[in-house]
Design a protein around this ligand. Structure first.
Ligand code: 6PG
Length: 478
């Protein structure tokens, strides 16, 4: 009997995707360059599961039903191109290649364009949820060649996570690199959420709260509007102790790693002109954390006693809960705004409510809060920005005073809180009908004759002032 699908790359994620597919009754062909990983996977296969292990790509292609469906779970980058090149001579027109790794959407777009020319259907599919998700139900963001979607939909939807209300966290995202783009934004948001939680933890520590109370605060927050996987695991992490009784987290080097997806999100924001301040700050904060030796030297130069706090700690924690929620809303609003701009730039038709739904379960940023985003796009499918939705506008309004208090407190306590404070600056800027950019325009015109528009004249009219001479203003040709 031929297999329904093959999985190439049996690292932890690939192995778990293969076992998840087999759990759902699909016959899976397994292939890994080193046989050891294939054996490791075989050891986990149960008697009810149907798998075929092969040692060559030719055997893999022979083992599959037509059209062939081949799921790559490889490290993003050159390995994906190399395996595709090896496969191509063995494939027939109409066969499907799925890239389920964290590939850069530009690579996915390029592969999709190339493979389209030779009638191979290519899908770039975001998969989130880590090891557990891959094994028992990830969030899946499929994009690429829409002709392949009906062929793979039954399998991908079978293995995907389901939200509390039974919605499947796997829906078609869009052509070309759209699936990997949405996964990239997911990861950027993941960076933002993690940074905001870390900043909140730092501020709590500067208030000299007992560690047990800090862990309990996160656990309590997880019962309310902030309910999310990342808050839940934070509450758990902050209870784990080393053998000396100190929290394990204090023994972990404070230098954050990154594989690149958050950085790609920030790079694309600059290219699109999207003001993605919070996620970008989260990426820079990881970079600042990574220059540990410089920070240690600089800290020795700053002659400051440790921060103390004599105010109302309960009130400060309540403010912080509001601040975290408000800043999180800003982060998601910015992420969705960037997707909006990307859809225009790259020619995708993204369904923003569905994207929020894809993230409701299975993935790292899963949370209760996402249902409000889905509802906002149901109310207004062409919503330009979540901050213009009545629910988010009134929620931010209610949280504003606590948010400001927390930012002020952070600055007083010298707690570095770039994400939370920049979110507030964004909020203030976004809600300002008038900004100070008129002065920037005047400066540009002063030193470079870059010209400007006037608020009291039609936008097509362009002006320049002779600043150094008579300060006379002239209308210039565009
Ligand atoms: C997911 C995660 C995952 C990501 C890791 C590490 O959705 O399951 O986003 O894809 O690779 O979380 O990312 P960094 O190394 O960049 O922190």
């Amino acid at each position: 009997m031929a297999s329904d699908i093959a999985v190439i790359g049996l690292g932890v994620m690939g192995r778990n995707i293969a076992l998840n597919l087999a759990d759902h009754g699909f016959q899976v062909t397994l292939y890994n360059r080193s046989w050891q990983k294939t054996q490791d996977t075989l050891q986990r296969v149960t008697a009810e599961q149907r798998v075929v292990a092969v040692k060559t790509l030719a055997q893999l292609c022979d083992s599959l039903n037509s059209p062939r469906i081949i799921f790559l779970m490889l490290t993003a980058g050159p390995a994906v191109d190399a395996v595709i090149e090896e496969l191509l001579p063995l494939l027939d027109k109409g066969d499907v290649i799925i890239d389920g790794g964290n590939s850069n959407f530009h690579d996915t777009q390029r592969r999709w364009e190339r493979l389209k020319q030779i009638d191979i259907l290519f899908l770039g599919v975001g998969v989130s949820g880590g090891e557990e998700g891959a094994r028992y139900g990830p969030s899946i963001m499929p994009g690429g060649d829409s002709a392949a979607w009906p062929l793979v939909k039954p399998m991908l939807q079978a293995i995907a996570a389901r939200s509390e209300d039974g919605e499947i966290c796997c829906q078609w995202v869009g052509e070309g690199g759209a699936g990997h783009y949405v996964k990239m934004i997911h990861n950027g948001i993941e960076y933002g959420d993690m940074q905001l939680i870390a900043e909140s933890w730092q501020l709590m520590q500067s208030l000299a709260l007992p560690e047990a109370q800090i862990a309990q605060t996160f656990a309590t927050w997880n019962e309310g509007v902030l309910q999310s996987y990342l808050i839940e695991i934070t509450a758990e992490i902050l209870q784990v102790k080393d053998s000396d009784g100190r929290l394990r987290v204090h023994s972990i080097l404070d230098s954050a790693g990154q594989k690149g997806t958050g950085r790609w999100t920030a790079i694309d924001s600059l290219q699109l002109g999207a003001p993605l301040t919070l996620i970008s700050e989260a990426v820079y904060a990881r970079m600042l954390s990574a220059i540990k030796s410089q920070r240690v030297k600089a800290a020795a130069l700053r002659d400051r006693p440790p921060a103390t706090f004599s105010g109302d700690k309960e009130a400060a924690l309540n403010d912080l809960q509001d601040a975290l929620y408000a800043a999180k809303i800003i982060s998601y609003a910015q992420g969705f705004m960037q997707m909006h701009m990307a859809a225009n730039e790259y020619g995708w038709k993204l369904e923003y409510g569905n994207i929020a739904l894809l993230w409701r379960a299975g993935c790292i940023i899963r949370s209760r809060f996402l249902k409000h985003i889905k509802q906002a796009f149901e109310r207004q499918p062409d919503l330009e920005n979540l901050l213009l939705d009545e629910f988010f506008a009134s929620t931010l309004h209610k949280a504003e005073s606590g948010w400001r208090n927390s930012c002020i407190l952070g600055i007083q306590q010298a707690a570095s809180m770039p994400a939370m404070t920049s979110a507030l600056s964004f909020y203030d800027g976004y809600h300002s009908a008038t900004l100070s950019a008129n002065l920037i325009q005047a400066q540009r015109d002063y030193f470079g004759a870059h010209t400007y528009h006037r608020v009291d004249k039609p936008e097509k009219m362009v002006f320049h002032t002779h600043w150094l001479e008579s300060a006379e203003e002239e209308q210039v040709d565009d």
